[in-house]
Design a protein around this ligand. Structure first.
Ligand code: 0RA
Length: 811
């Protein structure tokens, strides 16, 4: 650091000024927090805050921050302009004092009500001290004035450089590399701060702009609706309990220092979520640490809402009622307080300390919210109902936890009545089946191997708690049954040594409900009995979807693909395909291969085009006569629909799922990689260009000429049929394979009798089990968190697909 040498013509007073800035350069962190990324940006906030003050005083309406290519930054405003007249005592232009004297910023002029000044309130002189070079331009009294500095010292004295009709200040500087370890201004950081300031100052008519010359971008932040806009934007993607944002404003004089006026501004909206999102600001500074103003807000909300609830009979007299936390569940609020002399506390100086602020916020909010509730009974009711629910959930969760604790203490003693236990006491040979529904519980109890297999039927209603917070899940009766049956405690009290069974097997239906119940159970095990998964004790049973019989032979099949392969196997036994052009007959292994390809093609079928002529992008473009080719489009009942985003397109499909009769043709767009899809909504399947191409390649490799091939003669048993197209060949082969075959589809476990359930799903000799393993615990945890926090449909689907990286284990 350089020792500054005061210019010879400076008097003693000036030297102390220079020493002042030298102190800033010696201990910059004391003034601006740190000398890293934050510090560099802090300089910008200091200058912007001065513009904000000008706006608060009613003089500025615009503030523009420009990030220059050479690493410097300018902040321009249209306020009064820093005073340029000669200070009577100091004998130098006021602007020079403002830039070189610590804390000089607000002490000039009319002593206007100054509320900003950053957390440290250090002013522009600090910026000057920590800038390698700084130039200030002032438009005032019809003249443009300019002066420049180097590391806080005057470089060129104030001079008039032109004429002007406006007023305002432009400060331009580059952060000093001797001070800062990081010099770069980050667009996103500046953007966020300006946006935040624009929300807070929007109602005062301040518009902020950001020009980034490095990326040639320009953004305008202007929110005339102020805090209301802040709240609405924060609630995007959430579901509000009431459409209007509740906004109030009030002022109150300080009793401690009469004449000082506090200003309170508050916007609030409740959502159906579980989070509390309250953003408290003091003099436009986000007080992340909260403080007295936040305490005041909380107590006034609890009091006003509690009083209203009692008065309206929404709470019984002897009812404790919701707590403050309950009242704030789902609340999004911005509180903006203007404090004449803010005291900030805490390590990061982001907590308001002024005692008086609490009572003042309480008074202003209390007065107005009471009146608001009186005038808006519907909204008030919704808010209170939500709080009552929150309270009930909290109580239930506590009771459930207590219960679980008590139960697990005497775990071995109390087994649930619904449990059909096994005889063996050799833990590692035993299995507990958790079975969905009483209807499946019966056959499972009858069909099991009583020696080693235990059955615990649980109710499907467990689904309802899926969207609930985890605590609520613990309150659920069915979950308690599981905890009791396993006898090893839960969460922090889990003792895996005590688990009563070697394997725990989840056995749910192979339908949507079944998979939801499975997801919930897995979430539960993951959260509360994680070690059982780690030890490889958790499994998923694979009940069959199909039973295929031909004559006396039958087989259970767990999914579509298995069914197809099996049909090929039995269907080709008595079939031949004769290619009349090549005079070649397919049978045995060659026919099985061919049949697999043909069934794959059959599955792709439904496309409105001949399979051997997949259309190209050019075709798609031809079909679209608009300006721009949309990414996705679909034809439903003869009407075209266009979508730019896959999401919109999926929503469209979602809406139409279940409309069986509607004729739907789905075309993919250029980015989708999908050329055309099938025509029926139910079981709708996109036909991908590459799938088509792959099938055609496989056919060619097997000796079937796709173009100009055929006709082919399919013979099965005594019947023969000639086919001219590959699609026809595919469907004929399938029909022939299926003749004389009985395919039974199971909709749920309950449709199977005891024997069937045993031989298809439970018999350790023949069944297929999936072992649940959470290899990437972190990834799984995140997925579960997504599910539990919001339960949005799409996310649930995601989980069903990806949540469990289940290792396929054939036992
Ligand atoms: C001191 C006194 C007055 C305004 C300012 C400073 C001032 C500082 C900055 C820094 C950036 N923009 C600014 N705008 C104003 C009051 C001026 C008067 O009474 O004329």
């Amino acid at each position: 650091m350089t020792e500054s040498q005061p210019p010879a013509n400076y008097d003693a007073g000036q030297i102390s000024v220079l020493e002042g800035l030298e102190a800033v350069r010696k201990r910059p962190a004391m003034y601006i927090g740190d000398t890293d990324v934050r510090g560099v940006h802090h300089l910008i906030w200091e200058v912007v805050d001065n513009a904000v003050d000008e706006a608060l005083a009613g003089f500025a309406t615009h503030c523009t921050v420009t990030l220059h290519e050479n690493g410097s930054v300018s902040v321009e405003d249209d306020g009064r302009g820093i005073p340029v007249d000669i200070h009577p005592e100091e004998g130098v232009p006021a602007v020079e004092l403002v830039l070189t004297k610590l804390h000089a910023g607000g002490k000039f002029g009319d002593g206007a009500y100054k509320v900003s000044g950053g957390l440290h309130g250090v002013g522009v002189s600090c910026v000057n001290a920590l800038a390698e070079g700084l130039e200030v331009t002032v438009h005032k009294h019809g003249k443009i004035h300019r002066m420049s500095f180097e590391r806080g010292e005057v470089k060129t004295h104030l001079e008039v450089v032109g004429e002007t009709e406006r007023t305002g200040t432009i400060v331009c500087w580059n952060p000093d590399p001797e001070i800062f370890s990081s010099l770069e201004h980050q667009h996103s950081i500046v953007q966020q701060r300006l946006r935040e300031t624009a929300y807070l100052m929007g109602s005062r008519g301040l518009r902020l702009e950001l020009t980034d010359e490095r990326t040639a971008t320009h953004e305008v932040f202007e929110y005339p609706a102020g805090l209301e806009a802040f709240v609405l934007d924060a609630n995007k993607g959430r579901t509000p309990l009431h459409p209007e944002v509740l906004t109030l404003y009030g002022t109150e004089e300080s009793k401690d220092s009469p004449g000082d006026v506090y200003e309170v501004e508050l916007s609030m909206q409740w959502t159906d979520g579980y989070q509390e999102n309250v953003f408290p600001f003091v003099n436009n500074i986000h007080t992340r640490g909260g403080g007295t103003h936040l305490t005041g807000l909380r107590s006034s909300l609890a009091r006003a809402l509690g009083n209203y609830a009692r008065k309206e009979g929404l709470l019984k007299d002897n009812d404790k009622g919701p707590s403050g936390d309950d009242f704030r569940e789902g609340l999004t609020a911005v509180l903006s307080l203007k404090v004449p002399n803010p005291q900030f506390e805490g390590q990061t100086k982001d907590k308001l300390g002024n005692r008086e602020a609490q009572g003042i916020v309480e008074a202003v909010v209390g007065r107005q919210i009471g009146a608001f509730l009186e005038e808006n009974h519907k909204i008030a009711k919704a808010i209170i109902q939500k709080a009552v629910q929150a309270r009930a959930a909290r109580d239930a969760a506590r009771k459930a936890r207590d219960l679980v604790r008590r139960k697990s203490a005497l775990a071995s003693g109390s087994l649930p009545g619904k449990l059909a236990d096994c005889q063996s006491k050799v833990r590692d040979e035993t299995e507990l089946f958790i079975v969905e529904g009483d209807s499946a519980g019966g056959p499972a109890k009858m069909g099991r191997d009583r020696r080693i297999q235990a059955i615990l039927p649980i109710k499907g209603k467990i689904l309802n708690v899926e969207k609930a917070p985890l605590d609520k899940m613990l309150a659920h009766q069915e979950i308690l049954l599981i905890v009791q049956a396993l006898g090893c405690g839960i969460s922090s009290e889990l003792d895996p040594e005590k688990v009563r069974y070697g394997k725990t097997i989840i056995m749910t239906d192979a339908d949507v409900d079944g998979s939801h119940i499975r997801t919930l159970l897995l979430t539960f095990f993951y959260r509360h009995m994680r070690q059982l998964i780690d030890e490889g004790r958790l499994y998923i049973a694979q009940p069959p979807l199909y039973k295929v019989s031909k004559g006396k032979k039958y087989k259970y099949l767990i999914h579509e693909n298995a069914l197809r392969d099996y049909l090929v196997e039995i269907g080709t036994a008595q079939m031949t395909v004769h290619d009349t052009v090549a005079d070649k007959t397919f049978e045995g292994a060659a026919l099985r291969e061919l049949a697999k390809t043909l069934t794959d093609i059959d599955a792709l079928k439904g496309a409105a085009i001949p399979i051997w002529a997949p259309i190209g992008y050019a075709d798609l473009v031809d079909r679209w006569d608009g300006e721009k080719l949309p990414s996705w489009w679909a034809r439903a009942d003869g009407t075209d629909h266009f979508f730019d985003a896959l999401e919109e397109y999926e929503n469209f499909l979602e809406l139409r799922r279940g409309m069986v009769d509607e004729e739907l043709v789905v075309y993919g767009g250029p980015e989708s990689g999908v050329l055309m899809a099938d025509s029926h909504v139910q079981g709708s399947k996109l036909m991908r260009a590459k799938d088509v191409a792959e099938c055609l390649e496989r056919l060619a490799a097997q000796g079937i000429a796709v173009q100009g091939g055929g006709p082919w003669v399919v013979t099965g048993g005594k019947e023969s049929k000639e086919c001219t197209k590959v699609t026809e060949l595919a469907s004929t082969a399938r029909k022939s394979a299926e003749s004389g075959v009985d395919i039974q589809r199971y909709k749920g476990l309950g449709e199977m009798n005891a024997d069937q359930l045993w031989e298809s799903t439970m018999d350790p000799e023949t069944r297929t089990l999936l072992k649940v393993s959470v290899d990437d615990a972190l990834a799984a945890d995140q997925i579960f968190t997504i599910l539990m926090s919001d339960g949005v449909e799409a996310r649930r689907e995601y989980i069903e697909e990806h949540a469990l990286e289940i290792t396929n284990l054939d036992i």
